[in-house]
Design a protein around this ligand. Structure first.
Ligand code: NDP
Length: 549
């Protein structure tokens, strides 16, 4: 009879299927026929593992397992499945009854990772996300790796100016030869850079004001939770008052339109300088403060961000840049375009198309600021570091590309009929309802899984202690919030009419961004939740658009 290495009741480390992560498990029994061990994880999940997926605890100390989790997440809800055995065979036709890690496609990849480093999660299952820091150091790099991010960093600024220049042309056809990029000397203007700097500092000042509640972010690797002050909405009100004051004192906001390219260039210079500073300071950052996305490669880390939460005292640079200078700046730029349209086209009132674009995007920004707390659980805050990608995205791309429809309408008027406008408004509202309800449902669930308003929703238990929603909006498609966002993107472009494809650039770009983002999130969730994620994907097969994608 073949011998067995581990005894019943022994506390060992068992690999979580589909990952290189090891958890503390108790051996329950051993099947001498299949040579599989029946093991129990700390959250009560029972699985069958091969001997090769089980390891002795560090230091060979054998502890008795008392069945109590060492850490229960604050908002964790006792789940009815907790003591149930995990019957994989009933859930899936392709997951074998006796789950074995062998034969999986990732096995070779996992072996490579495992040989370099092995992770033992014995203390805090809920902190798995940040524990991935070291595991992912040897992972596949995203965005096409080093060559990919290098090209993105060079190409994006050039592309931005190309788009803005094309938009200024009388006939902005894609078939036209692209306009030449201006010389750097023509793009630089010290006064404009000064104005941009002033804007940034002013927003920083608003953020530092002791107004708005302070909340805690998600736990870091060491269990700490950083504190964040939520005062984005107040910053928006103060900015609105300031813009009102500009009207009152006849400050010429049209100046921003006349120097739009110079402002965009000032933002590019500033974002690049900021990225250099962020990378330099991250070189001294302790290992446990690095982003799970960082790789150790200088170029890649400069792009993706090396440090997860760079702070100067309590001032969180990433959190601040995500919603303030760029997002509020976007609304101000839209307003500038509205004024510029009236001036350029000698109108007494802005066009209906311009009013729609301004109102739709204002709603989007105000909604993001009102629900500021939701930012704390996004990939940007939890996973990505603060480097060129987010600095450029937040400070350049959002204000200068997201305002593209308004910029387009200044030189390409489109007279909208009321029936058409009504259809577009209906589309925008439909997208907004999906977007807001989906985001609110998930945020409420993550905040308090026992929320009685969510009691009707079905969930899947995961070994990290968190559950996944499988009904309601999150049972419709796996990213209903992206679907709503895409519908809104279309509604922003439609007021520009159908004469040119340029105003639809945003829809095309945003579709690519969200499809790529969904794939990244999917990969993270698969690692984080293992089999539970696979079950979720079976229950909810479509990613963003039902029956299509
Ligand atoms: P999501 O808000 O979609 O969050 C994804 C996370 O939600 C997952 O990692 C997982 O994290 C959790 N989750 C996934 N499925 C479930 C489920 N079934 N039940 C419970 N939790 C689940 O991701 P983003 O940060 O990408 O997007 C946030 C919003 O920002 C979206 O509305 C998006 O459209 C918008 N956005 C807008 C951009 C723009 O430029 N305008 C750019 C990017 C995003 P966990 O389980 O750890 O909680």
């Amino acid at each position: 009879m073949p011998s067995r290495k581990f005894a019943d009741g022994e506390v060992v480390r068992g690999r979580w299927p589909g990952s290189s992560l090891y958890y503390e498990v108790e051996i329950l029994s051993h099947d001498s026929n299949s040579q599989l061990y029946n093991v129990k994880y700390k959250d009560g999940t029972e699985l069958e593992l091969k001997e090769s997926d089980i390891k002795k605890p560090f230091g060979n100390s054998i502890n008795r397992y008392n069945g109590e989790p060492e850490l229960i997440e604050r908002n964790d809800m006792p789940h009815k499945h907790t003591q149930e055995k995990f019957h994989l065979s009933q859930e899936s036709s392709y997951i074998p009854t006796q789950y074995s890690l062998r034969g999986r496609r990732e096995e070779i990849k996992l072996k490579e990772v495992e040989s370099k480093e092995e992770i033992v999660v014995t203390k805090r299952p809920a902190l798995l996300r940040t524990s991935e820091v070291t595991a992912t150091q040897s992972k596949d790099l995203e965005f096409g790796g080093v060559p990919g991010v290098f090209l993105i960093m060079l190409g994006l600024p050039a592309f931005l100016f190309l788009l803005l220049l094309m938009c200024k042309q009388k006939e902005p056809s894609l078939l036209n030869f692209p306009p030449p990029l201006p010389a750097l000397g023509d793009l630089w203007e010290t006064r404009v850079f000064g104005a941009y700097l002033l804007w940034f500092l002013l927003q920083a000042l608003f953020h530092l004001l002791p107004i708005g509640k302070v909340v805690e972010g998600t736990p870091l690797t060491d269990g700490r939770r950083l504190k964040y002050r939520l005062n984005g909405f107040y910053a928006f009100i103060l900015t609105s008052a300031l813009v009102g004051a500009c009207f009152f004192w006849n400050v010429e906001l049209y100046y921003v339109y006349r120097h739009f390219l110079q402002f965009a260039f000032a933002a590019v210079v500033f974002a690049t300088g900021l990225s250099v500073y962020l990378y330099a300071r991250a070189l001294k950052a302790p290992q446990d403060e690095l982003s799970p996305a960082s790789s150790g490669n200088a170029i890649y880390d400069f792009f993706i961000g090396r440090e997860l939460n760079p702070r100067i005292g309590t001032f969180d640079l990433k959190y601040f840049c995500e919603l303030r200078p760029g997002l509020i700046g976007w609304v101000v730029i839209n307003l500038v375009m509205l004024l510029a349209e009236m001036k350029e086209q000698n109108r007494a009132l802005p066009s209906l198309a311009m009013i729609l674009v301004n109102s739709f995007q204002l709603l989007y920004v105000v909604d993001a600021l009102w629900n500021e707390e939701a930012l704390l659980t996004t990939m940007d805050i939890i996973h990505d570091g603060f480097g060129f990608m987010l600095a450029f995205g937040d400070l350049v791309w959002v204000p200068f590309i997201y305002s593209f429809q308004a910029f387009y309408l200044v030189s390409h008027p489109n007279e909208l009929s009321w029936p058409m406008a009504s259809l577009i408004i209906a589309l925008k509202l439909c997208g907004f309802v999906i977007f807001r309800c989906a985001n609110s449902q998930k945020n409420a669930f993550r905040k308090n899984p026992a929320d009685p308003r969510l009691a009707h929703l079905k969930t899947i238990h995961t070994s990290t202690g968190k559950n996944l929603l499988v009904s309601g909006w999150w049972g419709f498609v796996r990213h209903p919030n992206y679907l709503g966002d895409l519908i809104m993107a279309l509604a922003w472009s439609l007021p520009c009419g159908f004469n040119h494809i340029l105003p639809y650039f945003y829809v095309v770009y945003f579709t690519i961004l969200l499809v790529h983002r969904e794939a990244r999130d999917e990969q993270h969730c698969r690692k984080k939740y293992g089999l539970a994620w696979e079950k979720y994907c079976q229950r909810v097969p479509y990613r963003i658009v039902p029956y299509i994608y």
